[in-house]
Design a protein around this ligand. Structure first.
Ligand SMILES: Nc1ncnc2c1ncn2[C@@H]1O[C@H](COP(=O)(O)OP(=O)(O)O)[C@@H](O)[C@H]1O
Ligand SMILES: [Mg+2]
Length: 265
């Protein structure tokens, strides 16, 4: 494992002004409230917590879509909140994201070939021949038939669409992938396959992976290390075994005692 994390967050806070507040007494939503976090190549870190606890906000900070209200974001050890064009490009290649719903994350009018070529074109990588070869390689990597290149996302199944989104996330050979509830919008029957794919890819490519879910069983299945989030804070972290066998926090105990996973594994 690389000594310097790809991304490190130090005391990161993201506060939103809620619409319900008045001019002199604004209601402030502390979506992320003082989080320290790091992710390196070769490790999967799970983030778990109930809906609204700040997981997606934290994910947006990690992928550079949300500037924090305060705190530090380090990219390969360098301050990265105010990025210049060069660093923005490097950051974009190094950090990829997979969202919950591939139906809305992928452009319905583009063929899968174009969806996978797009990031390479934007970053000016290769020529038409090498890009076409890369698309073939990506399709094989995520277990899609080569014929998928010619169709649009709506012509493949939900599980296959998420494979396309994962392939796109891998197009620029990233260091890390942030996957925000990547299986929550999928049929129960294909969840395990997509999880297995993510976990195989992480090993095969020595990726770092941030795996976010409200479902503690899913997170346990893929993660080396788990962070439990509650009201914008990480209230517990440790290896899957530590968190499961010896939960120190009341909220974690409650999460563990909650309804069994939909994913039977
Ligand atoms: N742009 C925004 N403006 C105001 N409140 C927001 C905004 N984005 C998120 N929130 C609030 O921040 C909290 C955390 O949201 P989110 O990060 O989406 O949680 P999760 O992904 O864990 O469900 C929620 O209370 C949500 O309503
Ligand atoms: Mg979310």
């Amino acid at each position: 494992m690389n000594a310097t994390p790809v991304i490190e967050l130090k005391d990161v806070k993201v506060y939103h002004h809620a619409r319900t507040g008045g001019l002199f007494r604004p209601n402030i939503v502390k979506a992320v409230d003082g989080v320290d976090f790091s992710i390196s190549r070769g490790e999967t870190v799970g983030i778990v917590g109930e809906s609204g606890c700040g997981k997606s906000t934290l994910a947006s900070v990690l992928v550079g879509l949300q500037p924090p209200t305060s705190g530090q974001v380090l990219f390969h050890g360098k301050p990265a909140i105010k990025r210049n064009a060069g660093m923005r490009k490097q950051f974009g290649r190094s950090v990829s994201v997979v969202f919950q719903d591939p139906a809305t994350a992928l452009n319905p009018r583009m063929t899968i070939q174009d969806i996978l070529t797009d990031p390479l074109q934007i970053h000016g990588i290769g020529n038409a021949t090498t890009r076409a070869a890369k698309v073939k390689e990506l399709l094989a990597l995520v277990g899609l038939p080569q014929s998928a290149a010619e169709v649009t996302p709506s012509q493949v199944s939900g599980g296959q669409r998420q494979r396309v989104a994962i392939a796109r996330a891998l197009a620029l050979d990233p260091d890390i992938i942030v996957a925000d509830e990547p299986t929550s919008a999928l049929d129960v029957s294909v969840r395990a396959q997509v999880l297995n794919l993510l976990s195989d890819l992480k090993t095969q490519l020595n990726l770092g992976m941030v795996f976010i879910s409200h479902d503690i069983q899913t997170v346990r299945y893929v993660s080396d290390r788990i962070c439990v989030m509650y009201f914008g804070k990480i209230v517990e972290q440790g290896t899957a075994a530590q968190v499961f066998d010896n939960p120190s926090n009341d909220y974690t105990k409650k999460l563990l005692g909650a309804a069994p996973s939909l994913l039977h594994i």
